[in-house]
Design a protein around this ligand. Structure first.
Ligand SMILES: NC(=O)C1=CN([C@@H]2O[C@H](COP(=O)(O)OP(=O)(O)OC[C@H]3O[C@@H](n4cnc5c(N)ncnc54)[C@H](O)[C@@H]3O)[C@@H](O)[C@H]2O)C=CC1
Ligand SMILES: O=C(O)[C@@H]1CCC=N1
Length: 272
């Protein structure tokens, strides 16, 4: 598969790394266009892929174009693509921008898939939600899935609105987990550990708990109960979390991200 990236930032770098490591594409089949020459040189040096600061005809000799530009820059970035796409599949990872809007900017192109990955993709442990325009055929869906599966799990949704929900849950989700780990580390430091030890304890706990959850058939509530002895230490901690509205706060945070994702296109002056 030949893959061209519009935007060669952090997410593009993660994807290119995964694609080459899993041999979904060879370095010769991957091209990048990014106006930042420093980024281009960095990607060339790291992966041996061709990276350029301008769009030329050769860049359009491809099967898939991945849109990996910030939502605020996407319109300007994709306008030069309009009318030059033919059968190329366009895979957008931009947050908050519906396919209807991107298709309009691309001059009515319909061979479009929207993806929402997350930063654990950088270490091959991402999870990506995917939605295809109904006109995209099985081959197009398979190409999109193979690209995103190179950096982790994939999950298709059949309703585009669900991509905003995926953005709120797993797209932004790593930041919630890091915020929790930061708080756990800070609490560990307050109990007398040095920063490195507190971080190690916090991370090992999270990694172990997640692995236990992944390898268990039990509901999460049962796994929580299994840690919680009657009258014990965990019960004391959870009582405080409940009293402070932990679950409601997480819910409100996820809903705030969801609302923001829904609002991004409108803020750019685009109705879905
Ligand atoms: N960072 C995250 O956690 C996630 C980000 N995303 C989405 O991925 C996309 C890329 O995000 P990052 O890689 O984090 O951003 P980034 O800022 O690292 O990379 C964006 C790149 O686009 C380039 N660029 C700017 N204007 C351009 C143009 N006209 N043509 C071509 N390239 C241009 C910039 O030079 C930069 O290298 C965004 O749309 C974001 O919403 C999606 C899921 C998670
Ligand atoms: O915060 C953002 O808008 C992007 C989308 C998901 C993660 N980062």
């Amino acid at each position: 598969m030949r893959i061209s990236f519009l935007g060669g930032g952090r997410m593009a770098e993660a994807l290119i790394g995964g694609l080459l490591a899993r041999q979904v594409a060879s370095a010769r089949a991957v091209q990048v266009m990014d106006p930042d020459a420093v980024r281009c040189r960095a990607l060339e040096a790291r992966f041996g892929v061709a990276a350029q600061t301008v769009l030329d005809d050769a860049w359009f000799e491809t099967d898939v174009i991945v849109l990996a530009v910030k939502p605020q820059h996407l319109r300007e970035a994709v306008t030069p693509l309009a009318g030059r796409l033919g059968r190329i599949l366009v895979l957008s990872i931009a947050a908050g921008l519906p396919l209807g809007v991107i298709g309009r900017w691309l001059g009515g192109h319909r061979r479009l898939v929207r993806a929402m990955p997350n930063t654990p993709a950088l270490v091959g442990a991402g999870v990506t939600g995917l939605y295809a325009d109904p006109s995209v055929d099985a081959l197009g869906r398979e190409e999109a899935e193979r690209i995103m599966a190179a950096v982790g799990e994939v999950l298709w949704v059949e309703e585009e609105g669900k991509i905003d929900a995926i953005t709120a849950l797993s797209g932004s989700g790593p930041a919630y987990v890091f915020a929790f780990l930061e708080a756990l580390q800070a609490a560990g430091e307050a109990l007398g550990f040095d920063a490195a030890t507190a971080r190690r304890l916090a991370q090992a706990t999270a990694a172990g708990a997640v692995r236990l959850a992944q390898e268990s058939e039990e509901p999460l509530s049962r796994l929580r109960e299994n840690v919680t002895s009657k009258g014990g230490t965990t019960e004391a901690a959870l009582a405080r979390l409940t009293e402070r509205g932990f679950a409601e706060t997480v819910r409100e945070a996820v809903f705030a991200a969801h609302a923001r994702s829904q609002e991004l296109a409108r803020q750019l002056g685009e109705a879905p």
